[in-house]
Write a protein that binds this ligand. Structure first.
Ligand SMILES: Nc1ncnc2c1ncn2[C@@H]1O[C@H](COP(=O)(O)OP(=O)(O)OP(=O)(O)O)[C@@H](O)[C@H]1O
Ligand SMILES: [Mg+2]
Length: 231
């Protein structure tokens, strides 16, 4: 169990992920596969930023590409699918993702022997659409998957947790999330009023749902100075 209230850096976090990968390899030597680190947290918490940071540290440390990010956001339903289902205005809520597709690919990437290419979809904030095969897993042995709903314990999402070997929750004060999200929606083309309304009526509702999963993570982190603090 990690000590709480202590500062930690990206490189210490990467070392923790690498240790987990070694431990998993020892435990599951017979079935090979990859270690899956899951980073959960509310919208706008900085999950994608942390996931990329940990990946880059791991790759730098190893001197080769041992880690890659597998974003849950790649499984957003397309805008056409959401429109047809009457869900476009609620984009980002738990039932606006291809949850079964995410679980299936996560299982595959976790269990497959590294080497064989497995494409993973990403999400474009410019196009506002998923991008099929945005990233490809091949020789990497560590998967950093990140998204809002990784730790939900009900409905379809509950099948994700057993596929995560190590889980981190990235916490952030509400007022900071609100500011970041409004700014991002405006950058994405919304008016200030629209951006505020989307945050109030959709993003914050999602944030409250996600916040209830905080307790079940192995590690709770908060941004602090140049690094993170273990809460
Ligand atoms: N540690 C940080 N310090 C300051 N700003 C940050 C930090 N991490 C992320 N941000 C900013 O906050 C915003 C959200 O970050 P990011 O996209 O990583 O969050 P996210 O949790 O992946 O969001 P989403 O759930 O919407 O995908 C971005 O504008 C990013 O630049
Ligand atoms: Mg993100």
């Amino acid at each position: 169990m990690a000590r709480t209230g202590v500062e930690t850096s990206l490189s210490e976090l990467a070392a923790r992920a690498a240790d987990a990968a070694v431990a998993r390899r020892r435990l599951r030597a017979a079935d090979g596969g990859r270690l899956v680190l899951g980073i959960a947290g509310p919208p706008g918490a900085g999950k994608s930023t942390l996931a990329r940071g940990v990946r880059d540290e791991l790759n730098l440390y190893a001197g080769t590409r041992i880690a890659e990010v597998a974003p849950m956001d790649g499984f957003h339903l397309s805008n056409a699918q959401l429109r047809d289902a009457g869900k476009l205005a609620r984009k980002g809520e738990p039932d606006t993702f291809d949850v079964a597709g995410y679980i299936e690919l996560l299982r595959r990437v976790r269990e497959a022997e590294p080497g064989q290419p497995i494409p993973w979809p990403t999400y474009s904030r410019e196009l506002h659409e998923p991008v099929p095969g945005g990233v490809v897993f091949d020789h990497q042995t560590i998967v950093v998957t990140e998204g809002n709903y990784l730790l939900l314990d009900s409905g379809e999402w509950a099948a994700v947790r057993p596929l995560l070997d190590e889980t981190w929750y990235l916490d952030v004060p509400r007022p900071i999330i609100e500011k970041r999200l409004v700014r991002r929606h405006i950058r994405g083309g919304r008016s200030a009023a629209d951006a505020k309304s989307k945050v109030e009526h959709s993003d914050l509702r999602n944030a409250r749902l996600v916040e209830r999963t905080r307790f079940s993570a192995d590690l709770v982190l908060r941004k602090s100075g140049r690094g993170y603090r273990i809460d």
